[in-house]
Ligand binder design. Structure first.
Ligand SMILES: NC(=O)c1ccc[n+]([C@@H]2O[C@H](COP(=O)([O-])OP(=O)(O)OC[C@H]3O[C@@H](n4cnc5c(N)ncnc54)[C@H](OP(=O)(O)O)[C@@H]3O)[C@@H](O)[C@H]2O)c1
Length: 412
């Protein structure tokens, strides 16, 4: 049941516009979305919103300027009234604390939604609470649409589709190799990471399971790797299990898998595995130690104190000029589910984005919202639910290419 929402005051409302990622998203909209877009920036501080509005005016004077909406996300009546005036809502608030309020307001007012929330335990709670209502109401709630996990989810979706189109085979595994992903965090990311560790051991263990966010369970599998977890792939090279976001991305990609025909669209034996590309086994071990060190910094009480002191505070993040010159780059292989072993069909896909992770996140949020606004073609005829970036499919891929992402997909 699609929502007929034709006469809204705003096409897009950006909630949390005054934060580090929110500002980058507003800049991206001002630079790249159509100049007749009716939009609004929303946050709790009038002063911060006014400063942002001046910046946006300097970026592009020849476009409709955004409305300025003061809203405290904890005031759910005020929030729902605001969100109801828009066709699509982008949320970049601190998800762990107030993210659920924005989702609830969107479902109530039947406003499509996009965010970059990535904490799997929060996503699990949101799925349990909101998926059914969003599905019934025909509201698209697209989560994790940032550098984690949009690249990985879309690249997987593209590779699986290419394999099916060219060989009529289902996919057994997508192996993702992260070539470049700068790790400097924003203040909001640091706050989310520090908030994640207050989990009880059972929830912590469950949340690390591969099918934690999927509506159906996949096949049990053993990772193909040596004693350190390092894997050698004939095409991708030496791969280390040290990607900072591997568990989150795996859970999101597996949710896409499970939502698409109960796993039958990608294939019943499908699984997603993510690694960092390294030059040798030794380099891989060093990368594992580095990644474990960073994780400990967010877990051990004395190190958490240091992390709070030295890492960016809410509102701050990596230097924006440095961000612009950074690159996010990753490649994947999709292996066919066939009896032919190593000689079976394979697809290689690569996506490269000029701009750092937060610039990429801003692009995915804005282009994801544009996809919902102008196209709204959700995968497999879905009308709503708590969905993943892959549900925006080819339209989001084209839009992200339109703002500079380079993509290659080829059969090997
Ligand atoms: N997974 C990914 O790919 C990815 C990438 C980037 C960010 N993120 C996530 O995105 C979120 C934001 O990150 P960030 O670095 O941009 O954080 P940030 O700079 O701290 O921004 C947080 C925003 O939330 C707003 N906010 C918080 N509580 C509010 C309330 N009660 N009412 C209204 N607004 C409220 C803040 O408003 P004020 O300005 O008034 O404080 C600010 O605009 C974090 O949860 C982070 O983990 C995820």
């Amino acid at each position: 049941m699609a929502r007929p929402k034709n006469d809204q005051e705003f096409d897009i409302v950006l909630v949390g516009a005054t934060g580090y990622t929110g500002k980058l998203t507003a800049h991206h909209i001002a630079r790249n979305l159509p100049t007749n877009l009716k939009w609004a920036i929303a946050g709790r501080s009038r002063t911060k919103l006014d400063t942002l509005a001046e910046e946006l005016n300097r970026i592009s004077q020849d476009r409709l300027q955004p409305g300025i909406e003061v809203v405290d996300v904890e005031d759910t009546v005020q929030l729902t009234a605001l969100v109801a005036r828009a066709k699509v809502c982008i949320s970049v608030v601190s998800y762990n604390e107030v993210g659920a309020n924005v989702i609830e307001a969107c479902i109530q007012s039947r406003t499509d939604y996009v965010d970059t929330a990535g904490s799997v335990t929060h996503l699990r709670g949101w799925i349990d609470k909101y998926h059914h209502a969003a599905e019934q109401g025909g509201v698209a709630i697209i989560t994790s649409c940032g550098n984690y996990s949009a690249f990985q989810d879309l690249l997987t979706w593209l590779s699986v589709n290419e394999l099916a189109k060219t060989s009529s085979l289902k996919t057994k595994e997508v192996i993702m190799s992260i070539l470049r992903m700068p790790a400097d965090p924003s203040g909001g990311t640091v706050k989310s990471m520090l908030g994640r560790t207050r989990l009880d051991p059972t929830t912590m263990q469950e949340s690390q399971g591969p099918w934690y966010l999927s509506p159906v369970k996949g096949q049990e599998y053993v990772k193909a790797a040596n004693v350190f977890g390092i894997r050698h792939d004939p095409i991708l090279g030496t791969l280390s299990p040290s990607s900072f976001s591997d568990l989150q991305n795996r859970a999101v990609v597996h949710r896409t898998w499970g939502l698409l025909d109960g796993g039958n669209y990608y294939g019943r034996n499908f699984r997603y595995s993510e690694y960092n590309k390294v030059s040798s086994t030794i380099a891989g071990i060093v990368d594992i130690l580095k990644s474990k060190g960073i994780k400990l910094m967010f877990t051990l009480p004395p190190l958490r104190v240091i992390a709070k002191m030295i890492l960016p505070k809410p509102g701050d993040g990596p230097d924006v000029e440095k961000e612009k010159n950074a690159v996010v780059d990753m490649e994947a292989i999709a292996l066919a589910d066939s009896m032919d072993g190593d000689s079976s069909a394979k697809v290689h896909a690569r996506m490269r984005f000029s701009g750092g992770p937060y610039t990429a996140t801003a692009a995915f949020l804005a282009q994801g919202a544009a996809s919902l606004l102008y196209t709204r073609k959700l995968e497999r005829g879905s009308e709503g639910g708590l969905l993943t970036p892959a549900f925006l499919g080819a339209d989001l891929v084209e839009r992200i290419q339109g703002v500079g992402a380079e993509l290659e997909v080829k059969v090997l």
